[in-house]
Write a protein that binds this ligand. Structure first.
Ligand code: NDP
Length: 326
């Protein structure tokens, strides 16, 4: 079966992504053929494309999509032809009209979750689930600092914090993004284009104490301010690098700020078993179907225009989630 999709043979700017005809085999044992109805854009796609996260070439791109199962191979019992499914933990190759893929990452979509929503939230929403439930169990009334609050993960995170009853402090670039983040659960949002010293603001908001946990996927530009915002024995959760990777640092920096902890988690390790994956997806579906979290799809592109979407995401022009329609 022939379909269109993106492949690339070297890392680089968005122009390395090539729209090609892909020849799909029949699904083998433990595999499924999925026709995509919507594909998710994630910041990690730009790290794969740019070479920040090295890959073997040629490679597909994209880790998140929703669609319909068209065929399954031997041993596949949890999904069948005709099922609506989604995935958010790879493997690479979601930027395609259809694909043959390992069936164990597929989650059946319940009523009440649309395909577009699923493509916009599986990776980002399961990330918020593991960050707030399992990397650090956020409790009601706790103060939390979340960097890049108006992005795809950020808007889900703000609403999730509000649902827990925690006090979310977000950061975002510019007044429009600040307003949007405030509308999505954050109690306070700091415009880091205007305010250089985020940590000072955080200390003021927390009566001098600092926050017990920071979630920071901006990376290089916010690292020091994030550490300075923590209270003694607080946890720095560094889960991405939109502004660039973090330079080497001395462990002494953790001691001098009050015996801090640091972790660098990734979704793959928190959904490595089928049980963990299903529980994470179920928790996310519950948040969305209950109305606690609304998934904001603020940009939609034809799949073929994915290179432009990469430019817009890296140019900080997007807010909330972005999807592609094949
Ligand atoms: P976003 O929609 O949040 O886009 C990234 C945002 O980062 C931008 O909109 C921008 O918001 C902010 N930003 C700050 N500095 C820069 C910069 N120099 N260049 C570009 N953007 C910058 O992306 P996602 O929701 O897809 O992902 C958010 C982050 O979470 C990413 O770093 C991603 O890698 C990470 N992530 C990590 C996972 C994990 O398990 N470890 C899983 C999922 C995501 P503003 O203009 O407001 O600053």
């Amino acid at each position: 079966m022939k379909v269109h999709g993106f492949v690339f043979e070297k890392a680089g700017p968005p122009t390395v992504m090539k729209w090609r005809i892909l020849d799909l085999p029949d699904p083998g044992p433990n595999e499924a053929l999925v026709r995509h109805t919507a594909v998710g854009l994630n910041y990690i796609d730009t790290y794969h494309r740019s070479g920040l996260y090295p890959l073997e070439f040629p490679s597909g791109l994209g880790l998140e999509a929703a669609g319909v199962v068209e065929a399954v191979g031997k041993n596949v019992t949890h999904v069948r032809k005709g099922d609506r499914v989604a995935y958010g933990s790879g493997p690479l190759g979601a930027y395609a009209e259809a694909r043959v893929m390992p069936a164990h990452v597929l989650i059946k979509l319940p009523k009440g979750i649309e395909d577009d929503q699923a493509a916009a939230m599986m990776l980002k929403g399961m990330t918020v689930e593991y960050l707030f439930n399992r990397t650090y169990k956020v409790k009601p009334d706790e103060w939390v600092l979340f960097q890049a609050a108006a992005g795809g993960v950020g808007l889900i995170a703000g609403q999730w914090l509000a649902a827990i009853g925690a006090h979310g402090i977000g950061t975002a670039g510019g007044p429009k993004k600040v307003k949007l983040a405030k509308e999505h659960g954050y109690e306070h949002v700091i415009d880091y284009k205007k305010t250089q010293n985020i940590a000072d603001r955080v200390r003021k908001l927390t009566k001098g104490e600092g926050v017990p946990v920071v979630f920071d996927a901006v990376g290089k530009d916010t690292w020091t301010q994030s550490l300075n915002s923590l209270k003694a024995r607080g946890l720095m959760v560094s889960f991405g690098n939109a502004s660039g990777p973090i330079d080497a640092f001395s462990l002494g920096e953790l001691a001098s700020r009050g015996s801090l902890y640091v972790t660098r988690p990734s979704l793959v390790t928190y959904t490595s078993t089928r049980d963990e994956l299903e529980k994470s997806a179920r928790a996310l579906f519950k948040m969305v179907t209950s109305g606690a979290i609304k998934i904001e799809i603020n940009q939609t592109y034809p799949l073929k225009e994915a290179p432009q979407a990469h430019r817009d995401l890296e140019g900080r022009k997007t807010t909330g989630s972005t999807i592609f329609i094949p």
